[in-house]
Design a protein around this ligand. Structure first.
Ligand code: UD1
Length: 418
């Protein structure tokens, strides 16, 4: 079985250029279905999830070329509005194709996402909002049959929770709808603003995305454009954590530093020194980390659930007690038993995890249960004594480009073995 073999206790130093954001690239790829001209998309990360999204585009009739990290997509011949279960299951967030297909073809037929590694993935908020835009939806045998017989019609909608995916689906559908849509309690993640910026570059009229109340004035069609995806804030923070647990020093380059303001306080609480300009950050870690204190995940601009597991790996080797409260996803502590195999002292009660820092972690065979949990295991293995084997790399490869090459260049002893 493929594994990462990590010999810990190496101090990491050097610089790393942050890859493009997975969570921006995926909805933007879905949005290209709506464009009637060529889209040139720069800074797309090389990830299995991106390949899965490109496979869906090809199935829908789009023509795609790839040149390094640039995708050139021509969607003028989109004719299909059905996505098979196999294609849907390759990528958890493929539900974002729903809004794009409805906008482009007036129909969408796809399977429901079902459960996944971090819990059930309900889409009730997506469906309720789309119904309010005039979409008729039938759910049968795990499939969704959606039509907009009178087109998408603008409306004022309020989400019960600021869901990222539901916000994206509404933005996509309403962009080619009739009249004005106002979306209240919308998600404010940077990826939402990035999707709006992309759509606006193609001729959409979306205002105040990223501010919680989004206004979308429908337009008749979208043209192509050239666009650069933002860099990945969670990947940037993950490399910071790698520096933190190895008493390292790193320059993390080419990402909007403001996007990680919700996680910076835990690094400084742990004793890391940080200097930054708009797009680059320098981190210097102390000899021994201090506990990050209490970490409560929240929608942006709160502490991201996607960084909960990596932050916990830091807390495992810090001095003192840390408390984690996971408020976004119900089963997002799959990394806990694995970290405990490495000697971590963690107890979980419902949504709360209490981490008592230990003086050292030791090597073990561990299994990634989900993407960010996998990142946490890499961080822990860098801090551990001895040789750690990390299995189930398919989860890690969904979100981290060239992770072992990058870490090896920074001084880690890490290799992939088949
Ligand atoms: C996106 C991100 C994911 C991140 C998450 C929260 C992508 C591809 N994925 O996922 O990395 O962890 O945001 O920041 O961008 N919910 C419902 N009903 C719905 C929709 C969501 O109850 O219809 C619940 C979910 O079960 C979850 C919470 O709302 O508990 C947040 O989900 P959501 O913001 O929609 O996350 P995703 O868009 O799936």
């Amino acid at each position: 079985m493929e594994k990462l073999v990590v010999n810990g206790k190496r101090k990491l130093s050097g610089e790393i250029r942050v890859q493009g954001s997975k969570n921006s690239t995926l909805p933007i790829i879905a949005a290209t279905v709506m464009c009637e001209g060529e889209v040139v998309l720069h800074n797309c990360p090389e990830l299995t999830d991106v390949v899965a999204a490109v496979n869906i585009l090809e199935h829908l009739g789009c023509k795609i070329r790839k040149e390094k990290d640039t995708l050139i997509i021509n969607s003028s011949a989109v004719s299909v509005s059905e996505i098979s279960e196999t294609l849907m299951h390759e990528m958890r967030s493929s539900i974002v194709f729903l809004g794009a297909l409805l906008a482009r073809t007036g129909n969408a037929e796809l399977s429901t996402p079902g459960g996944c590694e971090i819990g059930v993935r309900p889409i009730d908020l997506h469906l309720r909002a789309l119904r309010e835009l005039g979409v008729k939806i039938k759910e049968e045998n795990g499939k969704l049959f959606c039509t907009a017989p009178n087109g998408i019609t603008g409306n004022e909608i309020s989400l019960a929770f600021p869901s990222v995916g539901a916000t994206e689906n509404v933005m996509l559908a309403a962009t080619l709808g009739k009249g004005r849509t106002i979306l209240n309690n919308a998600a404010r993640e940077p990826e939402i603003k990035n999707l709006a910026d992309f759509l606006n570059s193609c001729g959409a009229r979306i205002f105040s995305a990223g501010e919680g109340r989004i206004i979308i004035d429908g337009v008749k069609k979208l043209h192509g454009c050239e666009f650069t995806v933002i860099s990945d804030r969670i990947v940037a923070a993950t490399y910071m954590a790698c520096a933190a647990v190895t008493s390292g020093e790193m320059d993390i380059l080419n990402f909007p530093v403001s996007h990680i303001s919700p996680v910076l306080p835990i690094f400084t609480s742990c004793g890391c020194r940080i200097t930054a300009d708009e797009n680059n950050l320098h981190i210097r870690a102390p000899k021994k980390l201090r506990s990050p204190g209490t970490v409560r995940t929240m929608p942006y601009p709160g502490f991201p659930t996607d960084f909960q597991a990596p932050a916990m790996a830091m807390a495992c080797v810090a001095d003192g007690t840390a408390i984690f409260i996971e408020t976004i996803f119900e089963s997002r502590y799959k990394h806990v038993p694995e970290l405990k195999r490495m000697g971590a002292n963690i107890s979980v009660e419902g949504a709360v995890a209490v981490v008592q820092g230990v003086s050292k972690l030791t090597s073990a065979n561990v299994y990634a249960g989900d993407l960010r949990g996998g990142a946490a295991l890499i961080i822990a293995s860098l801090a551990a004594e001895g040789e750690t084997n990390i299995y189930n790399l398919k989860h890690i490869d969904r979100g981290y480009e060239n992770i072992e090459e990058n870490l090896a260049r920074l001084g880690a002893e890490i290799k992939r073995e088949v």
